[in-house]
Ligand binder design. Structure first.
Ligand SMILES: Cc1ncc(COP(=O)(O)O)c(C=O)c1O
Length: 391
């Protein structure tokens, strides 16, 4: 085997020295506060068996897509699934990608052009940053959820650009590393005032939790500015893949220019059948029941954080993602290890994934967590914090 280059070895050593070396761990049997399977859909038997039944009934006895959607991979089920997604998400057109990562790099590398400008929230997901970097447009960040800052960043750029410039504003409906959300209708009104096109990554938005203010399609004024939404299926839907929602023209453009769509084998029919079933179950009575349980757990978590006086650590959130800031890779890893020792699967989020000083424990809540588990894990956390960092 060839030598591993010294300069790469050095980079690994640097990671290790800063306590930030990423390592693969086997999936644990601990209480799940880490997965994105917010509604338990990844293990849902109706989705599993229903997807299989759908394929058998259609005579689709096929393991792989056999090629890109532009060649041999575009089975009838793909088009049906996209039509179902248009109805479910209230969109004119839908284009399925193999993952949210692929969707974001495909979109941001191909849509904003050389003379265009993208304004992005500083906490935007890595896949969006990567996509922007692959493209030719200029990009500027604004402070997290800070619209005053957004307007001043826009004003600064607008004075220096040519009249052909298109402006895009991109944010997340629920931030993956903070669990908080922007004021969507405020953002819509800024985009209207400033003539910007709005793009929203809805990866962590779970519809039906009483959070309709986060669904941009419910804001009337959005119709003139909403350009695209990216929804991923690996989180609350419990499966795999993603969709970009927008106009028919946007879809045609992406089919032609989004390289992560064009130059890859399409998702297998099993995944497409699972996408259909997961959306059916999610809007069924069973899906509503899971959402009710998740809402109960979110409330229980927030009540317990207050009861234990941990509000100064946790970022306020009414989503399924709750983050406790414990600065320093070393200390946050130690605190996570304490919780792990007690049987709870909670992972530390370390720098450089997030900025130094913002290291955190990220709790993902699920419909299948129990109030008892939530109370216990937070009580152990409160004790560990008192012992280890004396806040
Ligand atoms: C906000 C956001 N967008 C996109 C992605 C990528 O989605 P996927 O896991 O389907 O590649 C993620 C996943 O972590 C995410 O959190």
């Amino acid at each position: 085997m060839a030598d591993f280059p010294k300069k790469l070895e050095f980079k690994l050593l640097e990671r290790s020295n800063s306590d930030a070396l990423r390592e693969l761990q086997a999936v644990s049997k601990k209480v799940d506060f880490v997965s994105n399977d917010y509604l338990g859909m990844a293990r849902n038997e109706e989705v599993f068996h229903g997807a299989h039944k759908l394929l058998v009934e259609r005579g689709i006895i096929q393991n792989g897509a056999t090629g890109s959607r532009l060649l041999s991979g575009n089975g009838q089920l793909y088009m049906e699934a996209e039509s179902i997604l248009c109805d479910y998400y209230t969109a004119e057109a839908a284009l399925i990608f193999n993952s949210g990562y692929d969707a974001n790099i495909g979109f941001f590398a191909s849509i904003p052009q050389r003379t265009d400008v993208v304004f992005y929230d500083e906490y935007i997901h890595a896949s969006i940053r990567d996509g922007i970097q692959m493209g030719n447009a200029k990009s500027y960040k604004f402070k997290h959820n800070d619209f005053k800052d957004l307007v001043s960043v826009i004003d600064r750029q607008k004075s220096s650009n040519n009249p052909n410039t298109e402006y895009y504003v991109v944010t997340e409906a629920v931030f993956s590393m903070d669990g908080d959300s922007p004021d969507i209708s405020g953002l819509v009104s800024i985009c209207n005032d400033q003539n910007c096109r709005l793009v929203i990554d809805e990866a962590h938005l779970i519809r039906g939790l009483g959070n309709s203010q986060l669904d941009v399609t419910k804001t009337d004024a959005a119709k003139d500015v909403l350009f695209a939404r990216i929804v991923t299926f690996g989180k609350a839907m419990g499966i795999q893949g993603a969709v970009i929602l927008g106009s028919d023209q946007l879809k045609t453009y992406l089919v032609n220019f989004a390289r992560s769509f064009v130059y890859t084998t399409a998702l297998p029919p099993m995944s497409i059948a699972a996408i259909v079933l997961a959306h059916q179950i999610s809007s069924s009575n069973q899906g509503k029941e899971h959402k009710k349980l998740l809402n109960r757990n979110i409330k229980c978590f927030n009540d317990e954080v207050s009861a234990l006086g941990l509000q100064n650590i946790f970022i306020p959130s009414t989503s399924a993602i709750h983050c406790g800031i414990i600065p320093g890779n070393d200390i946050v890893k130690k605190t996570a290890a304490t919780l792990q020792k007690h049987g709870f699967d909670i992972r530390p989020i370390l720098a450089p994934t997030i900025p130094e000083g913002q290291e955190r424990l990220r709790f993902c809540l699920h419909s299948y967590n129990t109030p008892h588990e939530i109370k216990e894990v937070l009580s152990i956390l409160a004790n560990a914090i008192n012992r280890e960092i004396h806040v």
